[in-house]
Design a protein around this ligand. Structure first.
Ligand SMILES: [Zn+2]
Length: 240
């Protein structure tokens, strides 16, 4: 029971409610949810990207081996062919062996070329999917930058409003006795942010329960500026 202007405590309660709402809004800005969705999708793309990366690397590895073998085979075929038609070799058995050698090397080269083509075909759908995923990842990353910027702007707006509300609160609490303010803060902490409630008609607007007729009568006869508690919820009850 402390002497003070009840309206001031109610004003502080209203400011505290507004501050709580702003903090809640700041924590639940839609941009935050969108960022989370973007990050979730970006993470979900990774396993497939990793799989594609490994599969493409394996194809490249095989491709390089085939190309190296193809080059070596063609070089050998060319070199045998050059000797064959160079006129240096005249023994027909040797010439026949060289013809067979060139034919076999050319056949080997042709088979290697087929294998290279098969690998390129195998790689084509992987490249297509890789490109799709890269575009999606790039779109997500660009959207993410926009959302981060929009979040920053939204936070700045809420922070400005919060600063204003807190400045107003600091001015208001000056007139409230420290013990009353402590009681109010403790009640607020335990009762969902509402420490001071209005007496509206015959009920407390903190717990919405009606007060007994005798209690109402007692309250009505209390001197102005005297504080009382709601018998039901314990909040500081203020006549308005
Ligand atoms: Zn109550």
């Amino acid at each position: 029971v402390t002497e003070a202007d009840p309206a001031v405590l109610l004003a502080v309660q209203d400011l505290d409610t507004a501050i709580d709402q702003h903090r809640h809004r700041r924590a639940h800005l839609p941009e935050r949810a969108e960022l989370e969705a973007i990050d979730t999708e970006a993470v979900s793309l990774r396993p497939e990207v990793n799989e594609l990366t490994a599969a493409r690397a394996e194809i490249d590895r095989k491709h390089n081996l085939l190309e190296a073998e193809l080059t070596a085979t063609e070089e050998r075929a060319n070199s045998v062919s050059k000797r064959l038609y160079g006129g240096e070799v005249s023994a027909s058995r040797e010439l026949q062996a060289m013809v067979a050698d060139v034919e076999s090397l050319r056949a080997r080269a042709s088979s290697l070329e087929d294998q290279v083509l098969a690998l390129l075909e195998e790689r084509e759908p992987l490249d297509k999917r890789w490109t799709e995923l890269s575009h999606r990842a790039a779109a997500l990353s660009s959207r993410r930058r926009q959302v981060v910027e929009a979040l920053g702007v939204a936070e700045t707006v809420v922070d400005g409003e919060l600063a204003e509300l807190e400045r107003e609160r600091a001015e208001r609490v000056v007139g409230i006795p420290a013990s009353l303010l402590t009681t109010y803060d403790q009640l607020r902490a335990h009762l969902g942010g509402i420490g001071a409630a209005r007496l509206v008609g015959n009920h407390c607007d903190g717990c919405h329960l009606s007060l007994a007729a005798t209690e109402l009568d007692r309250i009505r006869h209390l001197p102005a500026g005297e504080f009382m508690s709601c018998e039901q919820c314990g909040r500081i009850l203020i006549r308005v």
